[in-house]
Design a protein. Sequence first.
Length: 38
Amino acid sequence: MKRLGVDCMFLDISHKPEAFVRQHFPMIYEKLLGLGID
């Protein structure tokens, strides 16, 4: 990000199965579910 001079980036992991997301990003997964985003 520093090299590109940007403040944020998007990570597209839509090709990964739900179980992968739950295991590797449990807090983000729960937060998004609470917001109604699956």
